[in-house]
Design a protein around this ligand. Structure first.
Ligand code: GLN
Length: 243
């Protein structure tokens, strides 16, 4: 009997795991197990090479400003491989700080500008940016509900960030804000979709509360690796959980 497996890279899982972002991997594993797929977990952290051909799914979680500065330095040597992975339609979930660092730059609460790797076109400014007239000077914290514009699904979560992210070329929002703040508290966008990359400010983690999104991303991951099987149909037979 054929066996199916996926290899998951947890980027800086030892440094970037705010509010248990690792739970996203547990949620994926839950649904994978239900359809007989095994998961291999790999922590890819400081000094490790990110091999773009070795992984089927990548999680890049959130972290606070201090951890982000450490990670930003190391990330430079992974930028080319990560770009290749993303452009090659590799599925990736980036949460909060991880989402920020895939863009051009982020400005921390103290005003220091940290370079991202610019493999995606967004940028993040800070809460004291004088050009921002809405909600400046406050962290964007609390429960949030968004609606995905492609399929009408609602996603529920919790956000806690000072950075204000603005999307760029080729990027669209993961959803439109129904309640809460989203990427910047101004344009009603939350998160990002670019190719098979999903970014979000949702902590807590997004896949456990939004099993339909977890199943969709898992289906994409499996379809890319094993194109001859209808993975979405298989996953549709598994009840969607909200943990
Ligand atoms: N340091 C970033 C900010 O506050 C990210 C925070 C986080 O990952 N929760 O904008």
């Amino acid at each position: 009997m054929a066996t199916y497996d996926i290899s998951v890279a947890h980027l800086y899982g030892d440094l970037m795991n705010t509010y248990g972002d690792y739970g996203n991997i547990i949620a994926l594993k839950y649904y994978a197990t239900k359809i007989g797929v095994t998961m291999n977990y790999h922590l890819v952290s400081l000094g490790d090479r990110f091999d773009s051909s070795a992984f089927d799914f990548v999680l890049f979680g959130g972290g606070q400003d201090y951890e982000e500065t450490i990670v930003a330095e190391d990330l430079k040597q992974k930028a080319t491989d990560l770009k290749q992975y993303i452009e090659n339609d590799g599925p990736l979930l980036a949460v909060c700080g991880g989402f920020q660092l895939l863009g051009h730059y982020m400005v921390m609460a103290d005003g220091k500008k940290v370079d991202g790797i610019g493999v995606m076109d967004h940028f993040t400014t800070n809460m004291y940016d004088k050009s921002l007239t809405v909600l400046s000077g406050k962290r964007l914290t609390g429960n949030i509900v968004i609606k995905n514009n492609d399929n009408g699904e609602e996603y529920h979560g919790f956000e806690n960030h000072q950075g204000r992210t603005f999307l760029g070329q080729g990027e669209r929002a993961l959803g439109t804000v129904i309640s809460g703040n989203g990427n910047n508290g101004m344009d009603h966008s939350e998160g990002v979709i670019y190719k098979n990359v999903y970014g979000s400010y949702f902590h807590g983690p997004i896949f456990t509360r939004n099993g339909n999104l977890a199943k969709r991303v898992l289906a994409t991951t499996l379809q890319r690796k094993y194109p001859d099987i209808d993975w979405q149909s298989k996953l549709n037979t598994v009840p969607t959980e909200s943990f």
